[in-house]
Design a protein around this ligand. Sequence first.
Ligand code: BES
Ligand code: MN
Ligand code: MN
Length: 462
Amino acid sequence: MLNIQDYITENKDRFLNELIELLKIPSISADSAYANDVVKTAEMVEESLKKAGCDRTEICETAGHPIVYGEKIIDASLPTVLVYGHYDVQPPDPLDLWNSPPFEPVIKKTKLHPDGAIFARGSCDDKGQMYMHVKAFEYMNETNQLPCNVKFMIEGEEEVGSDNLGIFVAENREKLTNDVILISDTSLIASDVPSITTGLRGLSYVEVEVTGPNKDLHSGVYGGAVANPVNVLAKMIASLHDENNHITIPGFYDKVEELSQAERDKMAEAPFSLEKYKRDLQVDDVSGENGYSTKERASIRPTLDVNGIWGGYIGEGAKTVLPSKAYAKISMRLVPNQNSDEITELFTKHFESIAPASVKVKVAPHHGGEAYVTPIDHTAYLAAEKAFEKTFGKTPIPKRGGGSIPIVELFEKELKSKTILMGFGLDSDDIHSPNEHYGIWNYLKGIETIPYFYQYFAEMSR
Ligand code: BES
Ligand code: MN
Ligand code: MN
């Protein structure tokens, strides 16, 4: 029987070509102009699950984009792994910053990916990482080694908040029963420093609108005498952090989980070079909440960031105008025990309270989600750890991640199961950015590692 390494060597080109086909379809969930491409991608994913050996697959319609479901149940008495991933991608803009078109995948070598990386939107987040599971399952199936039941749930709305998946999960608890949920949609510390993500941040996302005068005005005739909503918004936003970079919203930190010094010391042991971090981003210094390290600021601490701000004249040349309106999109990353609805409410109250009488403000909430922490003494964590040890020759380091996958906390609530975040990307793979890429080595390493997870999880669950 072929072992996984030999199977990969034999099928490597096909694994790459299949992924490349998937990456060619612009499944941009945020933009309704791509709705047909989203459906086409769902159909391709379903087909791939069928071919890999699922004995039942289905495209589940929702009020938004469809969910692809597949399963292979070999014995109801064996444990069941539910694989979750997403086939939708972020919009690729700004397009002019891509070195090759986002939906025409190309393979290029980089310093961190000497074996080559696939450059395309979604290559790492999450088509490439999701597809590793399809291929790992194919191997287990082709070689008759599947030691447990497998269910796949691959959605098309992760990048827009997974609202419809939340409904689907609540309505299909029976169908989705499992012993653990397995996701590859996070990153490794480095290709030679394996890690397992044990935490995700929550999210509260709001859009604010500040209105001054009822129409755009001449900035000479009225300027100085009427509130400029862009000026006011800038000042309001600036006031949301104090001189220590603490967030000033009353009550914001009330429920924040404080880590013990021992836990913080443990975190600090994971390899990290601030010099390299700054060099990679071409910044002379970093910035963040006083009293916390860069790693802590980007994982165990909550944040508030403007994601976009606009208003007034932004065309070519100079137009003298005092705008009527200003807008901003603001995200708050949350940590365990903070509740996203509560934080949205605290933000709204505070933002309204600091608005001067010369403007009106509106706050509209977007999607949110809660933080999540995986226990590192869970059988599935130990199985994942052993799988990494087998294929990397090193024990993976548990690491809290800074990003959010809001559905994970909902999985725990609705399905009562824990999630293992077994990601193989790198933070430098430019997810959500121009020139997103995914290392071929990482892709194949994922395909190699996942079968061991199945094997060890089944063994250790007995
Ligand atoms: N895969 C990411 C989340 C992620 C990335 C977690 C890196 C840990 C490390 C996911 O696709 C994502 O982008 N999530 C969004 C939230 C969503 C509600 C739009 C995020 O974190 O901004
Ligand atoms: Mn993702
Ligand atoms: Mn994403």
